[in-house]
Ligand binder design. Structure first.
Ligand code: S3P
Length: 445
């Protein structure tokens, strides 16, 4: 992501009904993992529907720098020829992940299991994000940080372990990034690496490891948690991956269709892994009309076609244990909450503070500047819905793609237009957002 170019603002205005059928891009989490596991496998991995957003392209570049062959063979079609578990080569260039916490943290895990040293870098947003949560368990496995910015942040140099040690690790927060980093490092370790999480986080790494031939067993732990045990040093075999549409990207047109009167919009191939669908559950509790059909699955990942119709929404309380299954969706849920009648309370959002921006503060600011009453109370976000949004505000995006898209969605039904200061970061996860939304009827100017 280039931060040196001039910002590109955009105004979003009240629109006519949104309609038609759209397919949002491939899932970002699965796209990163397909490239990384393809690179750690023997043989060929053919990926279709890869998200060609900047975050994922940076992961592809890093896999090349680490010795894998990664080729684009057509639109969203890629082939990875891997080096096998533990086979990464010493990179001669810095691994620059731009805006992407997921790419950076997962690759740290993969590098930690190899006897190589790599420099990890990112943009100003990524440089400000915590890395100790990843580096601490990787250190227990034998990896070392040999240089870093203050607080163990980027840019940093990671020396992978020559003899990685399998560990049993209890994650301090529900984070698929921490879990995945440990499992990816554990691939190269002899014996069983175990991750225990108190709240289950997205399980794409586990599902894909199984798809590529690893022995990995998941059992319940407590009320909402899981214990994941991976047997190290498997021979991963390249396997085809079909990437379903990203539910976190689908969230934007979906909420837009709910709040714009008369809308009737179809979203195809949306991944419906239950560890990602907390937003759909919440919106349905608010009164949203979201119907599912054409339910299918591939490699353990379910998907469906969603038909969304404009709906009268009411405020709800979102319990904290739902957070891991909708962690990236609170911004756009807050927009839906502003258009609902009544108060919506979203509990347990501490992790939002360490995303691409401080999303708790940024969401409150986005709403406030557009005339919506909102309050942060500890880790909770409380939005007072009045059935309409005054709008007229300029929203600061803070290098955060999801703030930009949420604010643009908000403007599609507000009394006055909503402006975002910069749309550039939308390219990290949803490069076609603006034309796709315009095609469905959005008035962006
Ligand atoms: C992701 C995990 C989540 C999420 C991110 C993608 C992943 O982060 O916010 O956008 O692909 O593993 P945490 O696991 O740190 O909550």
């Amino acid at each position: 992501m280039s931060t040196s170019t001039a910002p590109t603002p955009l105004e979003s205005s009240a629109s006519g009904p949104l309609s038609g059928t759209i397919r949002v891009p491939g899932d970002k989490s699965i796209s990163h993992r397909a490239l990384i596991l393809g690179a750690l496998s023997v043989g060929e991995t053919r990926i279709s529907g890869l998200l060609e957003g900047e975050d994922v392209l940076n992961t592809a570049k890093s896999m090349r720098a680490l010795g894998a062959k990664v080729e684009r063979t057509g639109a969203f079609a890629w082939i990875v020829k891997g080096v096998g578990v533990g086979g990464f080569a010493q990179p001669s260039e810095t691994l620059d992940f731009g805006n992407s916490g997921t790419g950076c943290r997962l690759v740290m895990g993969a590098v930690a299991g190899c006897p190589i040293s790599a420099v990890f870098e990112g943009d100003a947003s990524l440089r400000s994000r915590p890395m100790r949560r990843i580096l601490d368990p990787l250190a227990l496995m034998g990896a070392k940080v040999t240089a870093s910015a203050e607080g163990g942040k980027l840019p940093l140099t990671l020396q992978g372990a020559s003899n990685p040690v399998p560990i049993e690790y209890r994650t301090p927060v529900a984070s698929a990034q921490i879990k995945s980093a440990v499992l990816l490092a554990g691939l190269a370790a002899p014996g069983v690496t175990t991750v225990i999480e108190q709240e289950a986080s997205r399980d794409h790494t586990e599902l894909m490891l199984k798809h590529f031939g690893a022995a990995i067993v998941t059992t319940p732990e407590g009320t909402h948690g899981r214990r994941i045990a991976l047997t190290g040093q498997p021979e991963l075999a390249g396997a085809p991956v079909i990437v379903p549409a990203d539910p976190s990207s689908a969230a934007f047109p979906l909420v837009a269709a709910l709040i714009v009167d008369g809308s009737d919009l179809v979203l195809s191939d949306v991944m419906t892994n239950p560890l990602r669908t907390g937003l759909f559950t919440t919106l349905r509790e608010m009164g949203a009309s979201i119907e599912e059909d054409d339910v299918r699955g591939d490699a353990g990942e379910p998907m469906a076609r969603l038909r969304v119709r404009a709906s009268k929404l009411r405020g709800v309380v979102v319990p904290p244990e739902r957070a891991p299954s909708m962690i990236d969706e609170y911004l756009v849920l807050a927009v839906a909450a502003a258009y609902a009648e009544g108060t919506t309370v979203m509990r347990g959002l501490h992790e939002l503070r360490v995303k691409e921006s401080d999303r708790l503060e940024a969401t409150a600011a986005m709403l406030r500047v557009n005339g919506v009453k909102v309050e942060i109370s500890g880790d909770d976000l409380i939005v007072e819905g009045r059935g309409h949004v005054p709008g007229g505000g300029l929203v600061a995006t803070h290098m955060d793609h999801r703030i930009a898209m949420s604010a643009l969605v908000m403007g599609l039904a507000s009394d006055k237009p909503v402006t975002v200061d910069d749309t550039a970061f939308i390219a990290t996860s949803f490069p076609d957002f603006i034309p796709l939304m315009r095609g469905a009827g959005a008035d962006f100017a």
